[in-house]
Write a new protein. Sequence first.
Length: 105
Amino acid sequence: MTNTNLQLIRGAIVEEEIHLTLEELCQACRASEEHVMAWVFEGVLEPIGDAPPDWRFTGSALHRARLALWLTRDLEINPPGVALALDLLDEIAALKTRLQRAGSR
């Protein structure tokens, strides 16, 4: 006889139409406001709004903030390095897309 353990996982799908405040983004990715503000300053995240109380972040910013946090905590990369790493990852993704399109012709 086998014993199967099932674990329920609860989550939410974050869509592009959803806009998170600075506080909500920090809670969702478990990052401090200081980290998020540094990433905004470096261009890692691009909020809608002029000042931190007015900032709104899209669902894609949540994914990017989680990557930035991983680079910061696990790899000990500073904010300018995080910006460079994410720019390079974006470039790799764009090149892969171009290669896939070229291969499908």
